[in-house]
Ligand binder design. Structure first.
Ligand SMILES: C[S@@+](CC[C@H](N)C(=O)[O-])C[C@H]1O[C@@H](n2cnc3c(N)ncnc32)[C@H](O)[C@@H]1O
Length: 291
């Protein structure tokens, strides 16, 4: 039975689960069992353990929501968008339609930061995240650099609000401040580490993105201008005077952008610029140091 056959209040959890697995399999979803479990648990408000312990319980009033969530997933909406949650660096984040769904490859920035600043883990570092979105990156960094303080900036007020509530939920409100702003404009002070995962998709490529990205991530988080490099041309020169001597800048990059971003780093006065690869073996981060 697939989701086309309506779920009822009397449908048992185990039957609903089997129905979701079949539906997701038929749509070509990669891990139908895992996604069916998460969908059922989120829609019915019942923990995954309870689904296992009491599979014969009827869905009750949750039946309609289970059906709605399953239909949205079957239509291609990412599960993280449907349940409004995403895990990043082992932390749980709430996401809204106004923020990028944080990607595992962005964890490469956290790994590079831990490597390049390994001797400074205990220091009261100052960290700036430009284009903070959901707050995933700044929260992950503050969870590792436990004496650091952070500032996150976003031009979207809706994104800044999501970041604030995630900072609070991660217990980091005492060490992080989220501001509305246009990249580095109007910022002062000195930072030991500046990170950014800016929009970097060339405008003409937006329509060719997979539909889970194209239809659900905000354009403001994706559109990098004609050649995808607009944000780097503002962030890198703007960051130089905000970094303390020896401080690091780390930006995420898209496929094929390493040479251009390394060149912008050099023109902006950075030294020791290099790239880090993600788990797929692609250049994903450009890191450079203030002299
Ligand atoms: C690719 S998302 C990254 C979000 C988050 N840091 C992450 O890695 O999941 C880029 C973010 O940059 C923000 N942004 C776009 N233009 C900006 C600007 N001019 N100034 C500040 N933030 C901007 C977008 O609103 C979006 O939240």
């Amino acid at each position: 039975m697939t989701i086309g056959a309506a779920l009822r209040a009397s449908t048992r959890r185990a039957e609903a689960l089997a129905c979701l697995v079949e539906t997701f399999k038929a749509c070509g979803i990669e891990d139908p069992k895992r996604e069916a479990g998460i969908t059922l648990s989120a829609a019915s408000g019942v923990s995954p353990i309870a689904l296992i312990v009491a599979p014969q319980e009827p869905l009750g009033s949750a039946a309609r929501k289970v059906e709605e969530f399953a239909a949205r997933r079957a239509a291609g909406e990412p599960l993280s968008r449907i349940v409004g949650k995403r895990e990043f660096w082992g932390l749980d984040f709430t996401i809204s339609p106004q923020v990028l769904d944080p990607r595992p490859e962005t964890e490469t920035i956290v790994e590079a930061s831990l490597r390049l600043l390994r001797d400074r883990r205990e220091e009261p570092l100052s960290i700036l995240d430009l284009g903070v979105g959901s707050g995933a990156l700044i929260c992950a960094l503050l969870s590792e650099f436990v004496h650091a303080r952070g500032v996150g900036v976003d031009v979207s007020a809706a994104a800044a609000n999501v970041a604030r509530s995630n900072v609070e939920a991660c217990g980091l409100a005492g060490r992080a401040e989220i501001r509305l702003g246009d990249w580095t404009r109007g910022l002062d002070g000195r930072f030991d580490l500046i990170v950014s995962n800016p929009p970097y998709v060339p405008s003409a490529d937006l329509l060719r993105l997979p539909r889970e990205v194209r239809n659900f991530d905000p354009r403001l988080a994706l559109d990098g201008g004609i050649d995808g490099l607009d944000a780097y041309r503002r962030i890198l020169p703007g960051s130089r005077s905000l970094l303390s001597g020896g401080g690091w800048l780390m930006v995420e990059i898209g496929a094929g952008q390493a040479a251009d971003v390394l060149a912008i780093a050099e023109q902006s006065g950075f030294v020791d610029a290099s790239t880090d690869k993600d788990l797929a073996g692609l250049d994903r981060v450009v890191a450079a140091r203030s002299p």
